[in-house]
Design a protein around this ligand. Structure first.
Ligand SMILES: N[C@@H](CCC(=O)N[C@@H](CS)C(=O)NCC(=O)O)C(=O)O
Length: 234
């Protein structure tokens, strides 16, 4: 039985199954990337809800795992060399899950780097830019009279959707026939932009037929449907 007592986070969120991967998360577009990847690969894991309503992400216990106060984060009791490994940043966690299982990433070097390239496209572009659209369209920024900041991020979101749409032309997934962590990183953000932020008209989502097609295929996957609701909100 793994001993995770060296990790203070387990004091606030006790591990019922310390031999499983411990997931600290919330079903946001960054959070569900990890629950979806875990569901897809079949790794055993135990989800813990980090509630923003009670500011759990700022608690000393959470900060001991991720000093950047953001979900998702994990502890794998059986990490490299059989030792526990703690990780934050969803892109790093996706890559770790893919490498641990040999799934969700091509095994040839060129395919692997190309997948990482599209993963970084999400981490550095789609996530931060779509997130700003959310702030200026749905959250506090929507009341700002000056619409130039909103328009800047809407235009950037459209441009990124255009790049993605072109990439998906004639391809089933971002990496062609292979369904990878690049899809798992990107598509929850596209879904969130249209559904939760309600920014579909603003970014003219109807113009991106390839993105629409691949998003529909993504949400139809049983592991995705399941992962989108993990951890369950209290
Ligand atoms: N680059 C980080 C971003 C994570 C992130 O922004 N998480 C948000 C939820 S989607 C969060 O935890 N926000 C809480 C806060 O900022 O206090 C990753 O991909 O893991």
């Amino acid at each position: 039985m793994a001993d995770l007592s060296a990790f203070p986070i387990t004091g606030k969120w006790p591990a019922q199954h310390p031999d499983r991967i411990q997931l600290y998360s919330l079903p946001t577009p960054n959070g569900v990337k990890v629950s979806i990847a875990l569901e897809e690969t079949g790794l055993a894991y135990e989800p813990h809800l980090v509630s923003f309503e009670s500011n759990d992400q700022m608690s000393p216990a959470f900060l001991s795992l991720n000093p950047n106060n953001k979900i998702p984060a994990i502890i794998d009791p059986n990490g490299p060399d059989g030792k526990p490994l703690a990780l934050f940043e969803s892109g790093a966690i996706l890559l770790y899950i893919a490498d641990k299982t040999g799934q969700l990433i091509p095994q040839d070097a060129a395919g692997r780097y190309e997948t990482i390239q599209w993963l970084m496209f999400q981490m550095g572009g789609i996530g931060p830019m779509f997130g700003q659209v959310g702030f200026f369209h749905k959250f506090a920024g929507k009341d700002y009279e000056d619409k130039r900041p909103r328009d800047r991020y809407v235009n950037e979101a459209k441009r990124l959707l255009g790049v993605l749409d072109q990439r998906l032309e004639g391809r089933q997934w971002v990496m062609g026939d292979a369904y990878t962590i690049a899809d798992i990183a990107i598509l929850p953000w596209v879904r969130n932009l249209v559904n939760f932020y309600g920014a579909g008209d603003l970014v003219e989502f109807d113009k991106f037929a390839n993105v629409q097609r691949v998003l529909a295929a993504f949400v139809a996957r049983p592991a995705v449907a399941k992962g989108l609701d993990i951890p369950k909100r209290g």
